[in-house]
Design a binder for this molecule. Structure first.
Ligand code: ADP
Ligand code: MG
Length: 867
């Protein structure tokens, strides 16, 4: 029994599949639907092409209608919803950004009566594979990654399908791996189903997790899979010999990309291992706190270091700069090679401007060639590719003229491709259309048959124009018109008033209010010639374009090589522009030793438009005399700014950038840690204090003599005594055990006493001046501690009502004078002119146990002598 009913008449979306849902027995189409659904990854939404719509059924429909805000309809009890095919990209984009995988199922045969249309899943889009959807910002990557772990070690690999970048590495600890996840801003992570993830990934990272078959991660299989893809005998050529787990992750990842996501990976042409030891490690908290690539606050303006430094003019350069900031170098020689290029650019502005002008002509080579090789690129992509390669010879010459070791190497890589430029230029018209199926792609003279067909269609059209004149004369109807539309093709239109003059050989086709439309046999004959030629040329142009694309794609490796060199060059030129604009200096890079800054500035704050004039400050740290600075000073004085600026300058120096200072001497660091106390991290669902202590533990366990540690007000999240005690012992440990260079900004004045017992602890404060009961911030770091916090003065700046301020001052005086009541408690409740005010009694011995026992608490520890 068939329960299906036809769609109600008049409904716009009356489709030919009206009676395909049956309660007892699935219709052939639904059987097909079920079969296809079984073949795609579980949880993926199936977008099923039906005529002009992609339809979703059952749970998929519920989920999608929720995410997309579409109306859920029901057909014989089956929930469904759909999106029109021509607008599908934006809907699919939303589903993917909502963390869903989406399988696109197309019709692969023409509809025939009584026969079911064949269908096939052509691609699976996912958070890590958005293919042609253009969801990713030009200056960002979109990474898909895999992780495997075995006996404490972690193998990791990531891949950007939009650029072809493919890397692998291994980690010793889960926390190193977690830092890497944040650095990469991953979208999708796969792992072997059985063994799972090394540790749970924080939900806040917003990573789509996809368990995958264990066997593809077997080292033997994974290696074989990679060798087959790269067509090599061994992976030694890529330098992966020792990285068994990394290779396992990479092999599994590639398998997932091709077999599960059905992505095309022809453009993934190499695999590059990397190691944390080669880089200055910037852990997740530090990335956040220093606002390296993203602002912390919700303020509209981007206050990240990336934004402040970014003068790149190509998308490749933008992505490269982000990489350099999050993965600074640790090798003196490599950094100096970069510095040499920047310095060379600064000597003479001419080459810098010329090179940047050429760079601006280079579009996103990596993504263009990726799209083309994935079969998604159109004629505009190909034209953009050709135009981007065109300036290469000039660029190469300009770079070669710089004559530094690194620029010579880059010039070598920027290899001209004249045949490719010529090929594309000869084939593609000046303004190619978006569509590949409607002709108009190829230049005249590229292919004879195309020219002939175009000629035929042109002549036909000319014949038709002439026909109008001829018929006007023959019939004597001046207003006779020959027109064209999609439904009727060519026709002759005659207004009502002239109908009596219509010749016999006209056949009526359609009646309008004011006119009638006619055809003639000779008109129809010419029409079929024109349309036939157009149809043929469209098909031919498409075929020729696909051939051309295949040929262009053979240049993938060369283009990727140019892209990489262009990226570096762009970043270095950008460094020079910033350095010139902001008067940066070239830092001296040392293997180890002191960290010196003369007149340093905060690279981001000094650029803010509404900021006060930035006051520069010095730094002088050394292993022997000053490796831990305790920085005190009132709220708002500039402590946090100063310690961040010191960290940022160090980090910038490690990227090869010049730095915002008059002079600087920077030792090679292994890690930078930053911990900021009392910041609420509610999004991560942990108490503030717990987060603070976790991160502090991470620092104490990992900091070495080569590390730079920035501590801002730690110990604030608990009671004063607790907090102070923790802050004290943390500082002591850093000084005496880790020996890391540390800047400790604190509101605990008591910490200044550390300098008494620790040789390399030095006190500094941010100076302020009092003036008529107000505080003036001088923003200068000076030697010595402070003993006053100016809290009330700062509160005044914040606009606290005057009575509240006056009362606070009174209480403060009471406290400072240690006034006690009859029971020996501090007398703060009473006002000065209160008649009931108890007699003034100095607190001395009575209250001794209530105050902080000063030097007792700060006695030297039993074990471990301070250095
Ligand atoms: P603290 O940590 O001591 O409370 P901050 O470092 O947060 O103070 O600085 C407070 C504000 O003072 C900053 O937002 C900035 O506008 C300004 N500021 C800090 N240092 C300087 C400086 N060197 N020159 C100019 N303005 C500064
Ligand atoms: Mg602060």
């Amino acid at each position: 029994m068939v329960r299906g009913r036809a769609f109600p008449a008049g409904k716009k979306r009356a489709t030919p599949y009206a009676d395909c849902f049956m309660a007892e027995k699935l219709t052939p189409m639904m059987q097909q639907y079920r079969k296809i659904q079984d073949e795609i990854p579980s949880g993926a939404l199936l977008l099923f092409r039906l005529g002009d719509f992609y339809e979703m059924f059952f749970d998929d429909a519920r989920i999608a209608s929720d995410i997309l805000g579409l109306t859920l309809t029901k057909r014989n009890g089956v929930p469904m919803c759909g999106v029109p095919f021509h607008a599908a990209d934006s809907y699919v984009g939303k589903l993917v950004e909502a963390g869903r995988r989406v399988a696109i199922c197309e019709q692969t045969s023409e509809p025939r009566p009584g026969q079911i249309v064949e269908r096939e899943v052509t691609q699976i889009l996912s958070p890590g594979n958005t293919s042609h959807l253009n969801l990713t910002q030009p200056k960002e990557n979109r990474f898909l990654a895999a992780v495997v772990h075995h006996a404490e070690r972690i193998g990791f690999s990531y891949l950007d399908l939009t650029t072809g970048e493919f890397r692998l590495t291994e980690f010793e600890t889960a926390s190193q791996w977690e830092d890497e996840l944040l650095r990469l801003h991953l979208r999708e992570l796969i792992f072997p189903q059985e063994s799972g993830l090394p540790v749970d990934v924080e939900a806040a990272n917003n990573i789509f997790e996809a368990p995958y078959d264990d066997w593809v991660f077997e080292p033997g299989f994974a290696e074989g899979h990679l060798k087959e893809h790269f067509q090599v005998q061994s992976l030694d050529g890529f330098g992966c010999t020792e990285l068994t787990l990394g290779v396992a992750a990479a092999g599994g990842l590639l398998h997932y990309a091709t077999n599960q996501l059905r992505a095309s990976i022809e453009h993934v042409s190499s695999l590059t291992p990397y190691s944390g030891a080669d880089h200055l490690v910037v852990d997740a908290a530090t990335q956040r706190n220093l606002e390296l690539v993203k602002s912390l606050g919700s303020s509209a303006s981007d206050t990240s270091l990336l934004k402040a430094l970014d003068e790149t003019v190509t998308p490749m350069g933008g992505r490269e700069l982000r990489r350099w900031i999050l993965q600074p170098l640790r090798d003196v020689a490599t950094i100096e090679r970069r510095q040499q290029v920047v310095a060379r650019f600064l000597e003479d502005i001419g080459p810098l401007e010329d090179i940047r002008a050429k760079l601006k002509e280079v579009k996103d080579l990596e993504r263009l060639i990726s799209r083309l090789s994935q079969g998604a690129g159109n004629a505009r992509d190909m034209q953009a590719l050709g135009k981007s390669i065109e300036p290469v010879p000039d660029l190469r010459q300009l770079v070669a003229d710089l004559e530094t070791p690194l620029s010579d190497e880059l010039a070598e890589s920027i290899e001209p491709q004249p045949e490719l430029v010529e090929l594309i230029d000869r084939a593609i018209t000046e303004e190619p259309p978006l569509s590949l199926k409607e002709g108009g792609i190829l230049k005249d003279g590229y292919f004879d048959e195309v020219d002939e067909l175009r000629q035929a269609s042109r002549e036909g059209k000319k014949w038709i124009t002439e026909l109008q004149l001829r018929e006007q004369e023959r019939t004597g109807i001046k207003s006779l018109k020959v027109r064209f539309n999609q439904v009727f093709g060519y026709y002759i239109e005659i207004t009502k008033s002239n109908l009596d003059q219509v010749p016999e050989d006209y056949t009526r086709k359609q009646t309008l209010t004011n006119a009638e439309r006619f055809i003639t046999p000779e008109l129809k004959e010419m029409e079929s010639k024109i349309l036939g030629a157009e149809e043929r040329v469209q098909k031919l142009e498409y075929e020729l374009f696909v051939q051309l694309r295949t040929e262009v794609v053979t240049y993938t490796r060369k283009i990727q090589q140019i892209a990489r060199a262009v990226a570096m060059l762009d970043v270095l030129a950008g460094f020079a522009v910033t350095a010139r604009l902001r008067q940066y200096c070239r830092p001296q890079i040392r293997q180890e030793g002191r960290y010196l800054i003369t007149e340093g500035r905060h690279p981001v704050l000094e650029q803010l438009e509404d900021a006060e004039r930035f006051v520069p400050n010095d730094l002088n740290m050394s292993d022997e005399d000053c490796r831990l600075m305790v920085i005190t000073g009132p709220n708002m004085a500039g402590k946090s700014t100063y310690i961040r600026q010191v960290a940022l300058i160090a980090l910038m120096a490690h990227t090869g950038s010049f730095v915002p200072a008059q002079a600087a001497e920077v030792p090679m660091l292994d890690r930078i840690f930053t911990r900021v106390g009392a910041s609420d991290d509610l999004s991560r669902g942990q108490s503030t204090f717990m987060v603070e202590m976790n991160e502090t533990a991470n620092i104490l366990n990992n900091a070495t003599q080569q590390s730079l540690v920035i501590l801002d007000e730690i110990g604030r999240g608990t009671s004063t005594f607790d907090g102070l005690s923790i802050a004290w012992s943390v500082a002591e440990h850093l000084h005496s055990q880790c020996k890391a260079k540390t800047l400790f900004a604190t509101h605990y004045h008591e910490l200044t006493e550390l300098a008494v017992i620790c040789k390399a602890v030095k006190n500094y404060n941010v100076s302020v001046r009092e003036w008529h009961d107000r505080v003036i911030f001088l923003r200068k770091i000076v030697a010595g501690g402070t003993d006053k916090s100016y809290g009330i003065q700062v509160a005044r700046l914040a606009g606290l009502p005057k009575p509240v301020l006056d009362r606070a001052k009174e209480i403060l005086r009471n406290l400072e004078e240690n006034e006690l009541d009859a029971t020996g408690q501090p007398q703060i409740a009473h006002s000065r002119n209160d008649p009931d005010r108890p007699k003034k009694r100095k607190r001395k011995s009575t209250a001794k146990k209530k105050t902080i026992p000063q030097m007792d608490l700060f006695k030297q520890p039993q074990s471990g002598s301070p250095t």
